[in-house]
Structure formats: C-alpha cells, structure tokens
Design a protein around this ligand. Structure first.
Ligand code: 2AM
Ligand code: CA
Ligand code: CA
Ligand code: CA
Length: 266
C-alpha cells in the first residue's frame, strides 16, 4: 500500500471531521442508547462515521472498513487494507463534557498496523504514527519513552469499572497490588486518548477490560512507535478482531505489570 498517500488523505479527513464536530459542538444532540442505558450514541457519531466511510470508499474502493457504528463492512478477517475507525471515542465525554473525546483511525495491512491517527478534537491536537517511522504530536516527533523509570514513579490510567467486579476477580487480578505499587492512577474515559497520552509520556500505562478493535487500532501503532508494549491483560498479542482486555505500558514496566494480571482474560 502507498502509506504516504493514505496518511495524507486520512489526516485531511480527520481534521475536516474534527472541524465539523467543533463547529456543531453546541448544537442539540440526539442521544440514543445501545447495549445498556449508559452505552451512548449520537447522530454525530453516526454522521462522522458515514463521512469517513464515504471518503474511504470513494478514494480507495478496494480497502475495507471496520467501524463501530455500522457504516463499515462485515469484517471477519484483516486481509488486505482495512481502516479501523472509531468516529468518536469517548462518546460519554462528548455528551457530558463536550471535550475529552477523539477520532481514532488505524490503517492495517494484512493484520499489521501501518498508520495510527488519534485526534483530540477540542484541543485540535493530532497524534499520528507510521509503523517504523516514529510517532508525532501535531507534527513534532515524540521521543522514545523512558526505559528506566520504575512502577513506583508511574501513573497508570485504569478503568474503574474494576470496582464493580466480583471481589474474587478483583483479588485474583492483582489490581489492588498494582494500584499500591504505582505513584497514582487516572481515568480519562477515551481509550484512544489514553493510548495517545501513553505515547506522549504523560501516562506510563493503561490497563482496561473489554475494548473493541476500533478503541485500540490506532493507539497500538502510536504506543509501539515510542517503545511501548501493548498486549492483552494476560500478555498475549492483541487479535484486533475481538473484544479484549488491554495492558499497555512503557517497555521496562510492561512485563512486571502484566504479571499482576493473570486472570484478566477478556
Ligand atoms: P466509545 O466512547 O467509542 O464507546 C471508556 O472507558 C472507553 O471505553 C471509551 O474509549 C469507549 O469508547 C469504550 N467503551 C465504552 N463502552 C464500551 C463498550 N460497551 N464496549 C467497548 N468499549 C466501550
Ligand atoms: Ca460506543
Ligand atoms: Ca471507542
Ligand atoms: Ca465510538
């Protein structure tokens, strides 16, 4: 694939979609729910996904689209070029806060992540990475992550739905031990931004249950380009087809972290 050309189109579409979201940020939202009353979707999620699907299909008719809100293709493998799209990652933040959400686009070729774009829309900050060519924040190269800072001086982002898990699972997961070992924790509510902040070095790790491929696809490319490691919660490689737990961290603390997560399978 012509990575440079695809990156150029992807970047310009992401910026255009983001500008449209900003321009309409105070317009009334039509808010629907999906699997649960807290699983939200708005017309802006759908409209933005349709924007990408139309652009991709028009420009790259042989590429396929794997996306959250149903405008993509029926995907059961990652052969060829697949755009893995989350039009708004952090819909709850979008609805409640009008900030702290991102557009996330990963472009994969035969299952390998080639391009990752995460756009922090309200701050107009674009994180981008091409496999083998480094990661950037608004065009400025991000340095490699520290390989020496220990867990005790690390900040991890954690999804606090952990606290709702059965006590036995919480105990078995080692999450309490991990939290005790860290300097502190955060929770931003947008998986894509959590990956981007890890790539930027303002977070040192991100551990969560139950993400979908479009939550992860771009972030994995970004984090790996600065020397971070991204696996499932039980240290397997991510499939990018199924719902999965995630442990992403700086290279020197990932192994130690994931060993505290022996029961974090899904
Ligand atoms: P979303 O806003 O695109 O749905 C919130 O902690 C993070 O988890 C967000 O990145 C959110 O993505 C994702 N998320 C929220 N609900 C989810 C669900 N039911 N399944 C998978 N991911 C979800
Ligand atoms: Ca969603
Ligand atoms: Ca998402
Ligand atoms: Ca979404």
């Amino acid at each position: 694939m012509d990575t440079k050309q695809i990156l150029q189109y992807a970047r310009s579409w992401v910026l255009e979609a983001g500008e449209d979201i900003r321009a309409n940020i105070n317009e009334p939202l039509q808010i629907d729910t999906k699997s649960t009353p807290d699983d939200l979707v708005t017309q802006m999620d759908q409209q933005t996904e349709k924007f990408f699907a139309d652009k991709i299909r028009n420009q790259f008719p042989d590429h396929r689209i794997f996306s959250e809100e149903g405008m993509g293709d029926d995907i059961s493998d990652l052969e060829g070029v697949v755009w893995i799209v989350d039009p708004i990652d952090g819909t709850m933040n979008f609805v409640h806060q009008q900030r702290n959400f991102a557009i996330s686009i990963g472009v994969y070729e035969d299952g390998t992540g080639k391009i990752g774009l995460i756009y922090d829309v309200m701050n107009d900050v674009l994180y981008s990475a091409v496999k083998g060519e480094g990661a950037y924040k608004n065009g400025n190269r991000l340095p490699q992550l520290s390989t020496t800072e220990p867990l005790k001086r690390s900040i991890f982002s954690l999804n606090t739905t952990w606290l709702l898990e059965e006590n036995t699972l919480v105990e078995a997961s080692g999450i309490r031990e991990l939290v005790k070992s860290l300097r502190s924790t955060r929770s931003y509510g947008s998986a894509a931004l959590e990956f981007a902040f890890l790539a930027e070095g303002v977070l040192d790790g991100y551990v969560t249950m139950s993400l979908m491929p479009w939550d992860i696809a771009a972030g994995k490319v970004l984090v790996e380009e600065v020397g971070g490691v991204v696996t499932t919660g039980d240290n397997r490689s991510l499939s990018m087809m199924d719902r999965t737990s995630v442990c992403a961290a700086r290279g020197n603390i990932h192994g130690e972290t994931v060993e505290n997560y022996i029961n974090l399978k899904k």
